[in-house]
Design a protein around this ligand. Structure first.
Ligand code: NAG
Ligand code: NAG
Ligand code: ZN
Length: 410
């Protein structure tokens, strides 16, 4: 009778994670860094303070998902801070604004050296964790930020950028974005253009992570076909659980497993439940689904904090992530699976990307520019295209002749 009662209580209590689950979660998080793929705090710095970090105290900052006390409570071991600038800057000042976002991330690390450690490698992430600091990496969100220029891409790598999301929510002159899959925008490249493939090869050569969040399914497959290194999804969830086109379909999840990549799960309610409300349990359903379809070896955390308006009950800000870890433990995840998702998987992917770059170090940087007429930008000048080895394409010659004829010059 007594046993029956306590068994009943035991099973009743297992419906929500217990204090024991939470302390086990915190213990695992003290052994393996929680590495999050995407946080938009730098974007909040721009829109709320025009990047005047001197006017901000991240210790006391309110009304945001992220501040220093929340980071400490949430045991955030490493963060890819997003250097995001909106699609409306494409063909205008995207490169300048991106450089300013990179700058604000560097300045944040300089202003709080006891909290953040700027990081550029898998080794740096481990070193920061050993020093009880949040490793701070940079991801550029959207190919429009490089203005179709491999030189700009390489310079951003030099500034510490370690992933590029190939598109945000607009096509670039070389890659289609996810909105194409919704039917609301036309495909311009049937995936990646030849220049888009040059971008992928150059990222492999340098050791920059290729982020497939925000691209079409066709681009996902093309990159999985050609990339020498594993890929990441920095902030995307499972399409089979919530059929939103920003999420990852099962057949792609399987290929990510076959190629050793990672899907860092997004907490945005709209991608979690395809509705405006969600709970920790709904997010854990994505973790369970991806584990079932492709294994715990491809899972990571990609909260999208401070980039979205609605986050789940129980995951209100970065301090709450241990609740999700406890929920996975309650659902029977092993310590090893939880550690894989926390940080081991991302470290494995990053190390592999670094190894591939090392193996390619004898390759020369790709200096073949995008064909001039593939960038439909009236502000872009053609310096260097007319002479210096690159002859204009037959198409642009024809266009020139037509223009001259219209002007009655020939
Ligand atoms: C790490 O930092 C936290 C918060 O500042 C502190 O409570 C904890 O004692 C530190 N741990 C170590 C091992 O230094
Ligand atoms: C993931 O890939 C590994 C290695 O290729 C394979 O052994 C494993 O069965 C795969 N997991 C799932 C769930 O498909
Ligand atoms: Zn995004």
């Amino acid at each position: 009778m007594l046993l029956g009662l306590s068994l009943l209580m035991f099973f009743t209590c297992r419906c929500v994670s217990s204090d024991e689950d939470l302390s086990r979660a915190l213990k695992l998080m003290s052994e393996t860094p929680l590495i999050d793929g995407h946080n938009d705090l730098p974007w909040q710095m721009r829109i709320q303070f025009n990047n005047q970090l001197n006017k901000v105290d991240l210790n006391t900052l309110e009304n945001m998902h992220t501040n220093i006390p929340k980071i400490k409570t949430g045991r955030l071991g490493a963060q890819f801070w997003s250097a995001y600038v909106p699609c409306e800057t494409q063909y205008k000042d995207a490169v300048r604004q991106t450089l300013e976002q990179i700058d604000v991330i560097h300045r944040m690390c300089q202003k709080y050296p006891d909290v953040f450690m700027f990081a550029k490698s898998s080794r740096d992430i481990k070193d920061a964790f050993a020093r009880n600091k949040t490793a701070s990496l940079i991801g550029v969100e959207g190919g429009h930020s490089i203005d179709s220029s491999l030189g700009t891409l390489r310079t951003m790598y030099q500034l510490g950028v370690r992933y590029l999301t190939l598109t945000h929510s607009c096509n670039t002159p070389w890659a289609d974005n996810w909105l194409v899959d919704t039917g609301s925008e036309p495909s311009e490249h049937n995936g990646l253009s030849p220049f888009g493939k040059q971008v992928i090869a150059e990222m492999n050569r340098m050791g920059m992570l290729i982020d497939l969040s925000h691209v079409t399914v066709r681009v996902m497959h093309q990159v999985l076909d050609m990339s020498k290194a594993p890929v990441i999804f920095s902030h995307s969830s499972a399409f089979a659980v919530c059929p939103h086109k920003r999420n990852v379909p099962d057949e792609v999840l399987k290929r990510v497993n076959e190629t050793g990549g990672i899907v860092m799960i997004n907490f945005y309610n709209d991608y979690v439940t395809c509705s405006q409300t969600a709970t920790v349990a709904n997010v854990a359903d994505h973790f369970d689904h991806i584990r079932k379809v492709a294994g715990a070896g491809i899972i990571g955390f990609g909260g999208d904090y401070d980039g979205v308006e609605r986050v789940p009950e129980g995951l209100e800000d970065v301090s709450k992530v241990p609740n999700l870890v406890a929920e996975l433990l309650r659902r029977g995840w092993s310590d090893q699976e939880v550690k894989a998702a926390l940080g081991d998987n991302l470290l494995r992917v990053f190390q592999k990307v670094e190894e591939i770059a090392e193996s390619l170090r004898k390759l020369s940087p790709d200096d073949v520019p995008i064909p001039y007429d593939e960038v439909k930008n009236p502000c872009r000048t053609s310096t260097g295209y007319s002479r210096g080895g690159i002859s204009p394409s037959p198409l642009s010659l024809a266009a020139l002749l037509i223009t001259l004829a219209l002007q009655k010059l020939i």
